[in-house]
Design a protein around this ligand. Structure first.
Ligand code: NAD
Length: 343
């Protein structure tokens, strides 16, 4: 596979780009254009039913809810797939071990804008705490009553950050700026980074038991799947706020609902949902909702749900597009890459 424009301007490398929206095309098209790559943009999500659309392409470019199982990778390998370009940081949606076995190289965008996600996570904290979602709707209806809108000072509250990578550290830094006491847990600690931000590592059990706000910033792995479950919620402070901008599968949503109903959990902000695939990024406002768990979540006044929006800033979209195009160049040229995903 080569990237070059022939004399008549025709491009030779071909990439099928799945799950694209208008804002993706606006940013990706000029970057692929710069490197002379022929691109097919598809709105379709890549999954077991749609995998045949990817057949024959040497490279495919996918997003968070496109699913590449071992079986799909085997099928695509037979039709010449060599490279998978993830337009995101997380890679739980690709069977990396199978890709490696098949010699398909996978690259991701490790940090398109950690600021975007950290700022959004804190935005959810403020919205829930100060009930901005209710205030906005109330005032638009001419209701200027403040009844039921009492919040709490962020100053002095303990915020527990689970996962102190790029986004976790930045979230901690913003919270420290409010005068929160920021504690954190990570099995691979970064003491220098945490110290700079003013966060203190403590044991996970202690973080769960003592934090007023818990914000999740770790990847979804077999170890972290449903880390927020009956047992861990039981251990939390009464009235705790839980924020999840990482991956839906970190939280056992059915357990979450049980503890929201009992009143144990004070507030929940979630930008990601374990069954979001097939639902998020689409307008289904004219349809009857089929997901009973989501329907129940939407009834709670103290739950704010957004549709995997935390990454969506202009800066992030530009970084995603330029890193994705560079990843393709590096993969084709066999360059050393920090963005390769290995098992
Ligand atoms: P990162 O790789 O920089 O940091 C992840 C951290 O989690 C690492 O320090 C790692 O050691 C830690 N970790 C691993 N296992 C853990 C465990 N069991 N408990 C606690 N910590 C653990 O990743 P990042 O860029 O900070 O992103 C964090 C997550 O945010 C990503 O995995 C991704 O799923 C999610 N994300 C969401 C959006 C969005 O739009 N909502 C956008 C980008 C990233």
């Amino acid at each position: 596979m080569h990237i070059h424009k022939s004399k008549d301007g025709e491009r030779t490398a071909e990439v099928a780009v799945f799950s694209v929206k208008k804002y993706d095309i606006e940013h990706l098209e000029p970057e692929f254009d710069k490197i002379g790559v022929k691109v097919t943009f598809l709105q379709t999500q890549l999954n077991d039913e749609t995998v045949s659309l990817a057949e024959g392409y040497p490279a495919i470019c996918i997003f968070v809810n496109d699913n590449l199982t071992a079986a799909n990778l085997e099928l695509l390998k037979k039709s010449g797939l060599r490279f998978v370009l993830l337009r995101c940081a997380g890679f739980n949606n690709v069977d990396i071990a199978a890709a490696h076995r098949l010699g398909i190289r996978v690259a991701r965008v490790p940090a398109y804008s950690p600021y975007a996600v950290a700022e959004f996570a804190v935005g959810l904290m403020l919205m829930l705490n100060r009930k901005l979602h209710k205030a906005y709707a109330r005032v638009r209806e001419g209701n200027f009553s403040l009844e039921g809108l009492t919040g709490f000072d962020m100053y002095g509250k303990r915020v527990g950050i689970i996962g102190t990578g790029k986004i976790g550290l930045l979230t901690g830094r913003i919270c420290a700026g409010f005068g929160c006491e920021v504690v954190c847990y990570d099995p691979y600690p970064n003491p220098a980074g945490a110290a700079e931000v003013g966060m203190k590592y403590i044991a996970l059990d202690e973080l769960l038991a003592t934090s007023d706000i818990i914000s999740l910033h770790c990847p979804l792995t077999p170890d972290t799947f449903h880390m927020i479950n009956d047992e861990s919620i039981d251990a939390m402070k009464d009235n705790v706020m839980i924020i999840n901008t990482s991956r839906g599968g970190l939280v056992d949503t059915v357990a979450l609902i049980r503890y929201l109903k009992s009143g144990k959990i004070g507030q929940v902000g979630m930008d990601v949902y374990e069954n979001e695939s097939g639902m998020y990024f689409e307008d289904s406002s004219d349809d009857v909702m089929q997901d009973d768990t989501m329907s129940r979540l939407l009834t709670f006044p103290n739950v704010c749900i957004t549709g995997h929006q935390a990454f969506l800033t202009r800066e992030a979209l530009m970084n995603i597009a330029s890193t994705t195009a560079q990843n393709l160049v590096d993969l084709i040229q066999g360059n050393d890459m920090k963005t390769l995903v290995l098992p």
